[in-house]
Write a protein that binds this ligand. Structure first.
Ligand code: NDP
Length: 289
């Protein structure tokens, strides 16, 4: 399809989004606060809009990818009338409540709203690795799907506009949790002079093997019953955790990432849940159950 698209915000991500539309033959209008950032896209065939109102008026489908929700709001407010009756897809990173507030603003102005979370880095946009989660207006998602798929696989996660942001930050939480563990592990081996080439393949396959436990974790957290499939009980893991912290101290690596988890493990064990699985500590994390 050659549906026209407008892209607002031409940072690293906005540029990648606009490039994916242009290379797939979509008439693409672009706008950025600093206009020069559109130069390379204009060379690829994009139309540079002089202001946000012109940019919003150019296409039925308007995509925003700016710094944060405050900058999106600041950018869109003057173009509210121009956006009326059009579909706004906001791919800026934010919280679920920010997304819901933006959806309410859009609704008030007769703008159809889709929120999205980009699960890719800019060079990944338009490749098989990229996927984007969307929430909000279901019909608009279905209509725009062929265009949205130019950016990567598109997954609709619900009509509550906050859900895409919830999925996004939850996926990122899993990622950062893994990253922090990996960084600590590499600080340990590196400070001991263990060659990365020797350790990294073991780390990678270990993490892959451990990831197979995620569905069981999810079931335990969903049901709140952490006692059914215990092979490594919390009390045992809590005792062993002393060694994880102790070894880091021996090695001169600050266990900053792990002291918070240790605190939860010790508290939960002390509360009498030592026979549970590790996921039992989630009960101390969820404050609104
Ligand atoms: P950049 O830092 O490369 O670009 C930031 C963009 O925001 C620029 O276009 C900048 O305009 C614009 N901007 C900032 N403040 C304002 C404002 N007050 N009014 C108007 N425009 C403003 O960031 P990215 O492009 O990488 O990120 C954009 C969004 O995409 C973020 O929400 C980010 O979280 C999300 N994202 C990024 C990923 C990545 O790996 N890069 C991955 C997934 C999501 P100007 O050029 O004028 O400064």
């Amino acid at each position: 399809s050659n549906t026209p698209v407008t892209v607002l915000g031409l940072g690293a991500m906005g540029k990648a989004l606009a490039t994916a539309f242009l290379t797939n033959g979509h008439p693409t209008t672009v706008w950025n606060r600093t206009p020069e950032k559109a130069d390379a896209l204009v060379a690829l065939g994009a139309v540079r809009a002089d202001d946000v109102v012109a940019a919003a008026s150019a296409s039925e489908l308007v995509i925003a990818c700016i710094w944060d929700y405050a900058s999106v709001m600041e950018t869109l407010e003057p173009a509210a009338d121009a956006l009326k009756g059009r579909t706004l897809v906001n791919l800026t990173n934010g919280t679920p409540d920010q997304a819901r507030r933006m959806a309410a603003w859009a609704d008030k102005h007769g703008i159809t709203y889709l929120d999205g979370g980009i699960m890719a880095v800019p060079p990944g946009i338009g490749t098989e690795q990229a996927f984007i989660v969307y929430s909000g207006a279901r019909e608009a998602f279905d209509t725009c799907l062929p265009v949205l798929e130019r950016l990567g696989a598109a997954r609709f996660v619900g009509t509550d506009p906050g859900l895409a942001a919830l999925y996004d930050v939850s996926l990122l939480s899993g990622m950062y949790g893994q990253f922090m563990g990996v960084m600590h592990a590499l600080a340990m081996t590196s400070s001991a002079g263990v060659p990365a080439a020797e350790f990294v393949p073991l780390l990678t396959s270990w993490l892959e093997a451990m990831a197979t436990g995620i569905p069981r974790f999810a079931e335990q957290i969903e049901t709140g019953d952490h006692s059914q499939h215990v092979v490594s009980n919390l009390a045992m893991q809590t005792a062993g955790f002393d060694n994880l912290i102790g070894a880091a101290e021996e090695q001169g690596v600050r266990p900053v990432f792990f002291t918070a988890l240790q605190d939860l493990m010790v508290r939960r064990t002390a509360e009498g849940y030592g026979a549970d699985d590790l996921t039992s500590v989630v009960e101390l994390m969820m404050t609104r159950k």
